[in-house]
Design a protein around this ligand. Structure first.
Ligand SMILES: Cc1cc2nc3c(=O)[nH]c(=O)nc-3n(C[C@H](O)[C@H](O)[C@H](O)COP(=O)(O)OP(=O)(O)OC[C@H]3O[C@@H](n4cnc5c(N)ncnc54)[C@H](O)[C@@H]3O)c2cc1C
Length: 439
């Protein structure tokens, strides 16, 4: 998360620095209208460039996965940039509209033109009214789409559809921004930055509109076997790939699609890679689609697998690791244990696996994977033993401060452990976490 915060701050600082390097200091006279004359373009530029970077991240540029810590983290940054874009768009709209309302209400003196001053050049003059009107309506639609995205009770499948409108909306807002950007900016550093970022984001928006995102990472396969665990509602699915898979590290994930009409869902690959073309997934019924899947899945069914993505890859500087899994968050650890067993290497690992829905068959699979990998398993049935907290972790693994911690499970569980561990001396960069939520 520190890396994401720094990236967000770096993007913001870069835009502001380019803008500052582009404005004429003579414009900063300090009176209301000159401040407004700076605020309108600044908030507009921040809004459109934040939105552009968010759209670029939505196109899943795997090249920056390592720098940002994985695709699941991209989406967190995408969300922050989206929220920041909306806040800036609201400020931009207010900076544009509010002074006019104040003048109309007689609360503010209208702007006085300096007699004899040259009129500002107006590029794209014939498009300015259109750009202005389109920008205003696109802004209102942006507010609605953003509210739906942030409203957690709005069903995911509807959110997914409505959110795709962001790509064409971005193109409209980019048109508004390009036409109305002050003429002087086009010969200054900020003009170059705007053009480069908007052009790249327009390509990403086109990929979204024409469903090209992730296309080069898509592979086909078929379901070879499946087994439903009643105790914890987890469906184990085996897939045999029919196109060449690049291989994956334990802990990476893929988007699965069992029918063309479906949207792809992300699941951790719960098997190590043995060059056999076989992948395994453990899918918990957490929503409409995943609850329904055990009733409709068939052996021989075609599957599209897009991936591998993610950087929950267990690389750490220290020798000892502590893995903490809540519920179906066990999947990346199963994959890692398989990878360790396949490679024959040995690692100093304690795994705490807690679940409120224990299923004997599933737990036995985890036990045998742990045994094969030489991992010390501490199993917790939270129904009988209560939730896991730092006091319990310290009891099972007294030297937890000397380990690198890898967590995957419910957000609240991850947050409370993170805060307790950091408060008790663990350095932030030793706590690694997979985010199971992309919204
Ligand atoms: C990196 C990652 C790895 C994951 N690994 C596993 C795993 O190994 N096993 C497992 O059981 N679950 C895993 N999940 C969670 C799993 O993706 C969701 O539980 C599943 O998609 C829910 O779909 P649904 O339609 O049944 O539920 P819904 O009720 O429609 O959605 C519930 C929540 O699931 C998420 N979600 C739903 N559809 C999508 C989608 N198309 N793309 C992204 N997120 C979506 C959203 O956060 C949503 O709010 C993982 C999630 C992520 C992000």
């Amino acid at each position: 998360m520190t890396r994401l915060r720094l990236t967000f701050l770096a993007v913001t600082a870069l835009i502001i620095a380019f803008w500052l390097a582009s404005i004429d200091p003579a414009q900063m006279t300090g009176d209301f209208w000159s401040v407004r004359g700076l605020l309108v373009p600044l908030t507009g530029i921040l809004a459109i460039t934040f939105m552009a970077v968010a759209i670029l991240l939505a196109a899943r540029p795997v090249q920056v996965e390592t720098a940002l810590g994985g695709l699941d983290k991209f989406y967190r940054l995408h969300k922050w940039l989206g929220i920041a874009a909306v806040i800036m768009a609201v400020l931009h709209w207010l900076a544009e509209k509010a002074p006019k309302w104040l003048v109309e209400a007689g609360a503010l003196a209208p702007r006085q033109r300096v007699p004899g001053a040259a009129l500002e050049p107006r590029p794209f003059a014939s498009f300015r009214d259109l750009a202005s009107d389109l920008g205003e309506w696109a802004f209102y639609l942006l507010l609605v789409l953003a509210a739906l995205a942030l409203w957690r009770r709005f069903p995911y499948h509807l959110f997914f559809r409505t959110h795709r409108l962001m790509a064409p909306l971005f193109l409209v807002l980019a048109f508004h921004a390009v036409v109305l950007t002050p003429a002087a900016y086009w010969n200054a550093p900020i003009g170059l930055l705007i053009i480069m970022v908007l052009a790249a984001a327009a390509v990403a928006a086109g990929m979204s509109i024409f469903a090209r995102i992730g296309k080069t990472h898509r592979f086909t396969g078929e379901v070879t076997d499946f087994h439903f665990h009643d105790g914890n509602s987890v469906l184990d699915v085996g897939v045999k790939l029919t196109t060449a898979w690049p291989g994956h590290a334990g802990g990476q994930f893929a988007f699965l699609k069992f029918a063309d009409s479906e949207r792809a869902h992300p699941f951790t690959i719960s098997s190590g890679w043995a060059n056999s073309g076989r992948l395994a997934f453990s899918i918990k019924g957490l929503g409409d689609y995943t609850r329904h899947l055990p009733d409709v899945i068939r052996v021989g069914q075609a599957v599209t697998v897009e991936g591998p993505y993610g950087r929950f890859d267990f690389r750490s500087s220290g020798a000892a690791q502590l893995w903490i899994a809540g519920g179906v968050g066990i999947t990346p650890f199963i994959a890692r244990m398989e990878a360790i067993a396949l490679s024959g290497e040995r690692q100093d690992v304690d795994l705490i696996y807690s679940t409120g829905a224990p299923d004997d068959g599933f737990i036995n699979e985890v036990r045998s994977s742990a045994g094969a990998a030489g991992v010390r398993l501490h199993f917790v049935d939270t129904g009988r033993e209560g939730l896991v907290d730092l006091a319990k972790v310290a009891l099972w693994v007294p030297r937890w401060r000397d380990t690198d911690v890898w967590f995957c499970g419910p957000s609240k569980f991850g947050d409370s452990l993170y805060h307790a561990m950091i408060a008790d001396g663990l350095s932030k960069d030793r706590y690694h976490r997979e985010l199971f939520e992309m919204r």
